[in-house]
Design a binder for this molecule. Structure first.
Ligand SMILES: Cc1cc2nc3c(=O)[nH]c(=O)nc-3n(C[C@H](O)[C@H](O)[C@H](O)COP(=O)(O)OP(=O)(O)OC[C@H]3O[C@@H](n4cnc5c(N)ncnc54)[C@H](O)[C@@H]3O)c2cc1C
Length: 275
């Protein structure tokens, strides 16, 4: 740990976009002008001055480190202050912290990204990284489940990912109104039916813990090796650098060893309900 890891840098909000009823995407620029390089899957500790600091994954393009993007769901006091910060507001940023998805490890095989709800935000940099190096992968699939059509994130980008980069984007919702012409059902059903070469696939999964547990099992049942199934774990975090212990999962510190971890390491821990 270095002193600079504990000291927030000041960023200004340059633009905001409302994605869904309770979710907003913020673009930030560093007041010192220095870009924030990051690997897809990493997070920052984002500080609303006078309110508090929480971990938020970076949802932007790793090829554009001068623009820091965060997609934030308003669930409590700190996330509310962050999600509703207007253009011009100044926020504190520490990081980037944690392990990344390791998208490059999927080169030469199929890449399967499975997201639930706002879990698409931490996967977006991985999608953009794969899109930029599309020739290096076999099939690239995005299997995405949202509660309802109104909660689908980045809907406007899905077509570009499919048309411009040959990504097989499949979306399903838990509940669809009459007018909804898309799929209804759980994202695990997409995993069971999707076409990919499981033995040579790398699978990246992000969503609520129960969704990740079922998805990881479905992927392993299809034949993806457990160490090639990677999940991003959400735990309460305060320091982000392995000091406070709030995010400890038995011997693992989610902020340092994760948030992205292989299912081979997580399966025994996830099977224990109390962890
Ligand atoms: C590595 C990592 C990446 C994350 N990335 C994002 C992201 O990209 N976008 C986003 O909107 N959120 C993300 N989160 C979750 C975010 O940190 C929490 O929503 C936030 O800490 C809630 O704080 P609060 O003060 O607003 O709400 P609180 O009042 O503290 O909590 C409101 C509700 O959220 C739950 N909660 C609190 N903290 C967490 C947490 N860390 N994980 C899960 N549930 C929590 C509480 O149990 C409670 O039910 C991430 C969390 C981690 C650990």
């Amino acid at each position: 740990m270095t002193a600079t890891e504990m000291l927030p840098r000041r960023f200004t909000v340059t633009s905001t976009r409302r994605d869904t009823r309770d979710t907003h995407t913020l673009e930030l620029a560093a007041l010192d002008g220095k870009p924030l390089a990051f690997a897809p899957g990493q997070f920052t500790m984002l500080l609303a001055f006078g309110v508090g600091e929480v971990p938020i994954s970076i949802s932007g393009d790793p090829a554009r480190p001068e623009v820091l993007q965060h997609t934030i769901r308003d669930v409590g006091s700190v996330s509310h202050a962050l999600a509703t910060a207007p253009p011009g507001a100044v926020l504190g940023v520490r990081g980037a912290f944690g392990t990344g998805w390791g998208v490059e490890d999927g080169r030469g095989g199929d890449l399967v990204l499975v997201a639930g709800g706002i879990g698409l935000a931490p996967l977006r940099p991985a999608i953009l990284r794969a899109a930029a190096a599309r020739d290096g992968f076999g099939r690239v699939l995005l299997l995405y489940g949202a509660r309802s059509p109104e909660e689908i994130l980045y809907a406007a980008e899905h077509r570009a990912w499919a048309d411009a980069h040959g990504i097989d984007v499949q979306v399903t919702v838990d509940n669809g109104p009459h007018a909804w012409r898309g799929r209804v059902g759980l994202v695990t059903q997409l995993v069971e039916r999707a076409e990919f070469d499981a033995r040579n696939a790398l699978a990246l999964v992000c969503g609520p813990e129960v969704m990740m547990r079922h998805t990881a099992r479905a992927l392993v049942d299809r034949g993806v090796p457990p160490e090639r199934v990677r999940l991003s774990m959400e735990r309460n975090m305060e320091c982000g650098v392995g000091l406070c212990g709030h995010c400890q999962l038995r011997e693992l510190f989610c902020c340092l060893d994760g948030p992205v971890l292989g299912y081979d390491r997580l399966a025994p821990l996830m099977a224990r309900a109390e962890l």
